[in-house]
Ligand binder design. Sequence first.
Ligand SMILES: O=C(O)[C@H]1O[C@H](OP(=O)(O)OP(=O)(O)OC[C@H]2O[C@@H](n3ccc(=O)[nH]c3=O)[C@H](O)[C@@H]2O)[C@H](O)[C@@H](O)[C@@H]1O
Length: 451
Amino acid sequence: MSQMKPEKPLHHHHSRLLTRWPHHSNPYSPFSKLLFWSFCALSLFLAFFLLTPNSPSPNLHSTGDPTQNPSLRRSLRTTNWGGPAWEKKVRSSCRVRRSPNGLTVLVTGAAGFVGSHLSATLRRRGDGVLGLDSFNDYYDPTLKRARQAFLEKAGVFVVEGDINDAALLKKLFDVVPFTHVAHLAAQAGVRYALQNPGSYVRSNVAGLVSILEAAKSANPQPAIVWASSSSVYGLNSRVPFSESDRTDRPASLYAATKKAGEEIAHVYNHIYGLSITGLRFFTVYGPWGRPDMAYFFFTKDILKGKPITVFEGHGSAHTVARDFTYIDDVVRGCVAALDTAGKSTGSGGKKRGPAPLRVYNLGNTTPVPVSELVNILEKLLKVKAVRKVVKMPRNGDVPYTHANISLAERDLGYKPVTDLQTGLKRFVKWYLDFYSVKKEAVKEHGGLATE
Ligand SMILES: O=C(O)[C@H]1O[C@H](OP(=O)(O)OP(=O)(O)OC[C@H]2O[C@@H](n3ccc(=O)[nH]c3=O)[C@H](O)[C@@H]2O)[C@H](O)[C@@H](O)[C@@H]1O
């Protein structure tokens, strides 16, 4: 009842205002009618323009919150794609040069750290590869553009678009019969989830569903390999972490969205017969890495003489350690996962038989304390770090990670061969080259090869 009350006075007020309006602005005058209809026509035109998926419009690589802002969401859906020239580039990027067994792979997050390395590796061995990336500014987009430049040189076209853009995904699957999707696009980083939780739900949950929806409707259905995370082990205290261990106690929203992804994978495998492999990456590092990761910004800050914050654990878990895994080892694991994926069995959105559903740890099996990581960086950079040792805040971090990789060893032939000292040496060399003289670095490396 109380909600009904204001209506009367408002209406009353409104009609009083009408009677006071001068003649030329009276809404019932011919001029106002004309204004009214022009406004309607313009609104209709704008609505049509914004909702049409293929309409060319300026590219917005925004990381704003599209679920909070519907107009931004629309703008993400109208990214500049489509047309004969664009389709030609897509097809040529997907042309297999390793017949007859070459794969045709859609790599999401292709301008990202693991995505760019994987795309280059696949293209080098002759597979057809198409990249997809939103180039958002979670971290410096110029680094993503530099990776894209490498990929273009290697013959990989990176489509600029959002994984939540269903019309774009449908178009890609209509143009190319992908045999595989390497789904690496995600909102990464454990601690950033405290600042921007929505972004994790959008990318890691909604985005994954969007990819699986497109894949289940595609004909043929591709096999999916996607990036889960070691963080799903959360507060698990059994070491080393095995795939059969508990993963129902995540310590961060990031971990929770990756765990949710593993459950979602089960659903799409069960209902639609999609072949799905989740890879639990263990703190992947190396050249062309992510600036939001500790080894990367420690390097930057040590060189600048800025203090770095080194976390230490609480009580018996005093040493904070990670099973740091070198990029080339992880990429070999990804390639093996694609090669052994097995086929999806569905068609026309219907399951025709059981399909593989797999999860593997891709770690290094040798956890290293973060303090030791800093020691190695100091030696390589020849600069003493200014350390601020603090108790680990409740920020989503777990004290340690340690992978048991026997399953990946058995099924994928996965065998990491790079220790932290060797991998960081390669990273530091790349870092110094890339950030002091960018162009020279690009020429010298001549690709993403790091070995
Ligand atoms: O293994 C994984 O699945 C995850 O690995 C990393 O997460 P994390 O291991 O936390 O990597 P960093 O953020 O680089 O942190 C490495 C270590 O440095 C510590 N750290 C971090 C930041 C800092 O200021 N000080 C500090 O001591 C962290 O506690 C952690 O032990 C990635 O950022 C995640 O995207 C990925 O999913």
